[in-house]
Each structure stands twice: as structure tokens, then as C-alpha cells.
Ligand binder design. Structure first.
Ligand code: ZN
Length: 327
């Protein structure tokens, strides 16, 4: 029997509960949360150890992203990208009711050596920010390893961190080696390398649920920090016309992903030679292909496999969507 041809895929969200999480993944993004105020992350698209996304729509419902990657790599990823052992990107929503720890992610070489994992470069798109909330990104100019290590020892790390007020719509690139912390009150969408390599350097002198400080990874962090990088601020974007259908903005991108924000008021056709990930940011749209249309609302994620060479995005009124491809 011939295989079912691929179509725009939705996945079951994988919810992660952590001490700093909140409830907005449910109340704002409509994820299926239960009791409790510690819903920290919704992994929208993941292929990481036992955290693997499962298709939730259409005839392939119940199939995992990993099975598709292994059995139908070219249709999923596209010949331009070629077969891979692991799906290359992780897409998440993050709700920080409290400050996250101050942390750093390694690059690929250090990730493999220090954590047996990929490196992690990530990009953020702020979805909501309570008044007064901040993001810490990068070190203040001139902060070197000796000063930073002393600050870790004395618990006075905050004065060495660059920070900016978080605003909805801010787009930030956190390259591997950048010290960072998402501040309390911020909710964001994150696109990153498929990795969970995180080295915690400072946890605001607080304790975990068991009354003890959470583990830090100071030596690995010191080795991973790029002390030459300095402060990181939200990216200034330029708005360009999108063929009369709306506008596009190029967002923080890297060798691992290219992100754009599209604001659509008319339908637009996309043609592709590799997969595209679409994340609904505002409003409502549907994806039209040969098969049944797939709706995409704010807070939802769709993977358009490479084999769907052509599809139409049809907004209802105005819709804003994050697009993500691998270069
Ligand atoms: Zn991070």
C-alpha cells in the first residue's frame, strides 16, 4: 500500500512543570494544563531522548516525529537538507512566573565534550511581559572571567548582567556562550537547536522545593561563556512588503535557523524545498494544501513537511505568524 502523503502536521504539546513556571500556557495559549502554577514550558516540536512529539492531526495521528524522520526523511526535511539523525530544531513556549536561573548554553564542541549533547543557540520572541519585567542577556561590557567568578562566589551576579525591559514583540538571539536569564513575568516563544545542554551559574540565592539550593554547574559554565560577547539587546527589525499580502520582518537568525514574522491580511502562497515551521502569534489562519485545510491559531505550531511543496496561508482578518526554516 502506498504511503499516505505528508500534510501540514500538528503535534501534541509536551508540558514541562518546573518551579518557576506559571499558568499562562493554559490561560493564554490554551495548552491542556491541570491544577498547579508551575507550567513552565510547552515543547511544541521535539525529538529529544524520551521527549518526542506525536502527530495529533489527520491520518498520521499517533506517529512520532522521530518515526517520520527515520522512515521518510526526504519527504519530511527535504533533499536540500538531507537525512539527519535527529530533528534539528526544538520549538517551545515558555512561561516564567519567576526569574529563571542565570545560565549559559555551550556551543556544539563544548556541548559534546561537557554534556554529551548538541550546543544550543536559541532565539526568543516575547509574547507577553508584565509591567516591570526584564530580560537578562549578556554580560555588561568589560566583565571578565575573574570578576564573574568572584561574583558567583559572593552571590552578587546581578550587577554584572546586562538587562533590558521586556516588551511583547521583542526578538532576541541568544547565541551559545551568552549568559542569560528570562525574568519573572515574561512569556515567550523559543526556537533553538535540539539540545537541553544548560549550565546554571547563579540561582538568585534561592532554594528549591526541597529547601536546598538547586545544583549549579559553575566550571562547565565558565568554560562555555564567551566573555568577549558583551551585552545583547532585542534586534531591530525592518518591515518589508510581502507581495501585497502583508509584511515580513527578518528576526534573529543563525546558522541553525532563519526566522521571520509575517503579518498577513491577504492569502499568500508558499513554495518550499525544505520543511517550514509556522507558529501562530496572533489571529487566526488556515493552511490550504491538496488535503483538508489545517487551522493555525495563536499559540499553535504546524510543521509543513518538505513534500508539501506548495501551500496557501489564508488569514481570517489579520494574522501574525512566526516562520522558521533551516538554512
Ligand atoms: Zn536558554
Amino acid at each position: 500500500m502506498p504511503d499516505q502523503s505528508l500534510y501540514p502536521l500538528r503535534f501534541e504539546p509536551i508540558l514541562r512543570r518546573l518551579i518557576w513556571g506559571g499558568r499562562r500556557l493554559g490561560t493564554v495559549l490554551h495548552k491542556p494544563i491541570g491544577e498547579g502554577a508551575d507550567y513552565a514550558e510547552s515543547w511544541e516540536l521535539a525529538d529529544y531522548h524520551d521527549q518526542v512529539s506525536v502527530v495529533s492531526n489527520g491520518p498520521l495521528a499517533g506517529t512520532t516525529l522521530r518515526e517520520l524522520l527515520h522512515t521518510r526523511p526526504m519527504e519530511l526535511l527535504g533533499p536540500a537538507l538531507g537525512a539527519r539523525d535527529q530533528f534539528p530544531l526544538l520549538v517551545k513556549f515558555i512561561d516564567a512566573r519567576e526569574d529563571l536561573s542565570v545560565q549559559v548554553h555551550p556551543d556544539d564542541e563544548k556541548g559534546r565534550r561537557l554534556a554529551g549533547d548538541n550546543g544550543k543557540t536559541e532565539a526568543w520572541l516575547v509574547l507577553a511581559a508584565e509591567p516591570g519585567s526584564v530580560i537578562y542577556a549578556g554580560l555588561r561590557r568589560g566583565v571578565g572571567p575573574e570578576e564573574f567568578r568572584r561574583a558567583i562566589e559572593t552571590g552578587a551576579v546581578e550587577p554584572l548582567l546586562h538587562r533590558f525591559p521586556a516588551r511583547p514583540g521583542d526578538a532576541v538571539l541568544i547565541e551559545a556562550g551568552t549568559v542569560h536569564a528570562i525574568g519573572a513575568g515574561v512569556m515567550l516563544a523559543e526556537v533553538q537547536q535540539m539540545s537541553d545542554a544548560t549550565f546554571r551559574v547563579f540561582d538568585w540565592n534561592r532554594v528549591g522545593t526541597d529547601g536546598k539550593p538547586r545544583e549549579l554547574h559553575i566550571e562547565q559554565a565558565m568554560e562555555s561563556i564567551d566573555f568577549g560577547r558583551g551585552p545583547v539587546d532585542p534586534m531591530k527589525t525592518r518591515v518589508e512588503d510581502l507581495g501585497g499580502a502583508g509584511t515580513r520582518e527578518r528576526l534573529p537568525s543563525s546558522e541553525y535557523f532563519i526566522l521571520e514574522r509575517w503579518r498577513l491580511h491577504e492569502p499568500i502562497r508558499i513554495e518550499q524545498d525544505r520543511f517550514t515551521i509556522l507558529v501562530g502569534l496572533d489571529g487566526d489562519l488556515k493552511l490550504e494544501t491538496a488535503g483538508p485545510p489545517v487551522p493555525l491559531r495563536a499559540g499553535q505550531t504546524v510543521l509543513v513537511p518538505a513534500a508539501v511543496e506548495e501551500c496557501r496561508l489564508v488569514p481570517r482578518g489579520e494574522a501574525v505568524v512566526l516562520t522558521c526554516v533551516v538554512p
